[in-house]
Design a protein around this ligand. Structure first.
Ligand code: ASP
Ligand code: MG
Length: 440
């Protein structure tokens, strides 16, 4: 069995949904089709929730109506027969009635998560209606029946596995199963989600649960590229990556894949393929356990980074100093991305500033603290970077014009990370793109 996950742009237009139908019926293999919300919908739902949180009911109503309009024209273009259109009208009516009822009741976080779930519910139900109209046999599989997270917001893979398997055994003959990405139940049995971009994570969790042959992530680009195509002129897709390389790239800014979606695939050794809905025969990127090639494969960058330096003469020869530093970050549930140390100072980076004040205050008990906001991490990823001669020198040669605040090298064989002022990020990426890759 395989998983085929389609992102928001792959289902965001009626003709794209038809393409998705073509893609899932190209072969006879059993598959779970995981869909995101239509592109723009989750953002719109976030906007509705925000308006309600600020008690701006008129604004919320305006936003609901404008989204409603979008769906009213979407289904007419998607479906041709009266029977299918009537079904779609009913689906849309039901979900927008729900949103309109929320306008009248008092708002809370659980309701907000219910609002956010509407996008995937709508996209899958409309897609399923399309399959029915076209006489494509398929089973509708509500993700809320089997996807769950615990009180720490972690997916409960053993439970998911058990539930999903017990549902699937009821359909031995069926080949296509349609379900929602992103949404799940939490430990209070409320509707919840796997955070923004979480449909990829859903797909890989489901892949792990059924021990899928492959998890295919279908998007609007032909795989993971060697650099950010929005910033540099030329990029190329990378045909093969190891799980570790892909995890570093996804975490450090490659937007194509949710970083958490790597671990379930890696743990159960399930290949992940990144494919392009618009160019289904392009090779895309295959991510497996295999570590192939050597040297730099790709560069990714992440903005919104803050560097914190703690300087302390007491650190000199003192054991336990780093533990004290890390404990402070742990207490405020703030994760650290990069670390560099010298004998008298340690620098770390974070991207979640919600507790910066408290963290700084506590760190000041350990030494002098300096905070630099608006930094960017550039991460250079490949295989055996440490072993391949000259790579570090090449990287540094590309960056002679840019002051580098931190360098992290040797933490894994796959990565060199640099921290610099976010203003310099684009230029640095361009320079690395020219200097590190062969362009002919
Ligand atoms: N629809 C959700 C989002 O936009 C989940 C996803 O698309 O992966 O974040
Ligand atoms: Mg996505």
């Amino acid at each position: 069995m395989k998983i085929m996950k389609f992102g928001g742009t792959s289902v965001g237009k009626p003709e794209r949904m038809h393409q998705v139908k073509d893609l899932i019926t190209r072969d006879n293999q059993k598959k779970i089709v995981v869909l995101s919300a239509l592109s723009g919908t989750t953002n719109a739902l976030v906007g509705i929730g925000e308006a309600l949180a600020e008690a701006k009911k008129d604004l919320a109503k305006e936003r609901i109506d404008s989204l409603h309009k979008h769906y009213q024209s979407f289904y007419k273009e998607l479906l041709k027969t009266d029977a299918a259109r009537t079904k779609a009208e009913k689906i849309i009516k039901e979900h927008f009635e729900f949103l309109n009822i929320i306008l009248k009741i008092s708002f809370n976080e659980a309701i907000n998560r219910d609002i956010l779930a509407q996008g995937e519910l709508l996209s899958t139900k409309l897609f399923y209606t399309l399959l029915q109209e076209l006489d494509v046999p398929a089973v509708f599989l509500p993700a809320l029946d089997f996807m769950s997270i615990d009180e720490n917001h972690e997916p409960e893979l053993p439970k998911i596995t058990e539930k999903l398997k017990s549902i699937l055994v009821n359909f031995p003959q069926d080949r296509i199963f349609v379900t929602q990405g992103y949404i799940c139940k939490n430990h209070r049995n409320e509707v919840d989600n796997l955070k923004r971009g979480g449909s990829d994570y859903s797909a890989s969790l489901m892949g792990a649960a059924i021990n899928a042959e492959v998890v295919e992530i279908w998007t609007d680009i032909d795989g993971m590229h060697n650099n950010d195509p929005r910033i540099v002129d030329k990029t190329k897709p990378i045909a093969q990556l190891s799980f570790d390389e892909a995890a570093e790239l996804a975490y450090f800014g490659a937007k194509i894949l949710h970083p958490a979606s790597i671990w379930p695939a890696q743990k159960y050794n399930i290949a992940v393929k990144l494919l392009n809905t618009m160019e289904p025969d392009a090779v895309g990127t295959t991510i497996t356990a295999k570590e192939q090639g050597s040297g730099v494969k790709a560069i990714a960058a992440k903005d919104g980074i803050t560097a914190i330096k703690i300087k302390s003469s007491r650190m000199l020869l003192a054991y336990g100093f780093l533990r004290k530093v890390f404990e402070i970050f742990e207490r405020y549930k703030t994760s650290i991305d990069m670390i560099t140390t010298s004998e008298v100072a340690v620098s770390v980076t974070i991207d979640d500033l919600s507790h910066l004040k408290e963290i700084t205050k506590e760190l000041e008990k350990l030494g002098t603290v300096e905070v630099d906001k608006n930094q960017a991490i550039i991460s250079i990823v490949g295989n055996m970077i440490a072993e391949s001669k000259g790579t570090v020198a090449n990287v540094m040669n590309c960056l002679t014009d840019y002051p580098i605040r931190m360098v992290s090298y040797g933490g894994s064989r796959h990565n060199i990370s640099l921290l610099l002022d976010a203003k310099l990020k684009n230029e640095a990426l361009k320079s690395l793109n020219e200097g590190l890759f062969q362009w002919n």
